[in-house]
Design a protein around this ligand. Structure first.
Ligand code: UDP
Length: 231
């Protein structure tokens, strides 16, 4: 099974933190390794919230601030490739925005061949355009690697009708459609990403990635997290 895992930059730094936390990255690597060893074909879209988000760079024009955010995703990809390879995971980075050694440009045949040869694929550089997020990039790259499922790795164990950290009576919604998610203004992914998932028929599974084995469990079909289904 082919799966696109969307990791936020904070998966590399810890919630609300900046930079790289070797412990967090070692955890992340081991969670990815477990599923690769079970035969799942994994593509990763990585964010850059641990380095720069365009919205945080208020003194710059939005275009330039977002370019810096995009470059942050490349830094994360390079860091992860090194860590994955130290753990024996063959890894390739694909991106349209930089010309660096070991970073390949996005090409459908190269993606297919990397998957067939058991590489972990890391997609860096978002959609390549400002004004988007890495959630939308995750949907585009899922389609390019022919994955039907995106696992959105979050810090909450699914989708709730209100913020469970603020409201103790928040109710978990285990299943909903993409249209319902958009109508309800569910913020786990942005509206552009949900709209593209709906158009392409891609399922989104939301898990608490920081719960050990959650990625493996959700891929095995265990009833954890929340599932957003095409209508
Ligand atoms: N970004 C962008 N276009 C994209 C994807 C990302 O301009 O297609 C920029 C944007 O500035 C964003 C930053 O890269 O804030 C990091 O991405 P994101 O906020 O999605 O990272 P995450 O919150 O998942 O760590």
């Amino acid at each position: 099974m082919r799966v696109l895992v969307k990791l936020s930059g904070e998966a590399l730094s810890g919630e609300g933190k900046k930079g790289f936390d070797p412990e967090k990255i070692s955890y992340l690597t081991s969670e990815i390794k477990k599923v690769v060893e079970k035969g799942y074909r994994i593509g990763i879209v990585v964010g850059a919230g641990n380095l720069f988000r365009g919205s945080e760079l208020k003194d710059l024009s939005k275009e330039r601030a977002d370019q810096i955010g995009l470059l942050g995703t490349v830094m994360n990809a390079v860091y992860l490739k090194d860590c994955f390879e130290k753990e024996g995971l063959k890894t390739k980075i694909f991106s349209q925005i930089v010309n660096l050694p070991d970073v390949e440009s996005i090409n459908y045949d190269s993606i297919e061949s990397a998957i067939k040869n058991n590489f972990v694929l890391i997609f860096a550089g978002g959609t390549s355009n400002p004004f988007f997020t890495t959630d939308t990039a995750a949907v585009l790259r899922a389609r390019e690697m022919k994955a039907q499922i995106i696992v959105k790795a979050t810090k909450v164990d699914g989708i709730y009708d209100k913020d469970p950290k603020k409201f103790p009576d928040a109710r978990k919604i285990e299943h909903l459609t993409l249209s319902e998610a958009m109508k309800m203004g569910i913020e786990v992914m942005d509206a552009e990403a949900f709209a593209l998932c709906r158009k392409l028929g891609i399922i989104v599974k939301v898990i608490n990635f920081f719960e050990p084995n959650s990625l493996l469990k959700v891929l095995r079909g265990e009833n954890i997290g929340s599932t957003v289904l095409p209508d």
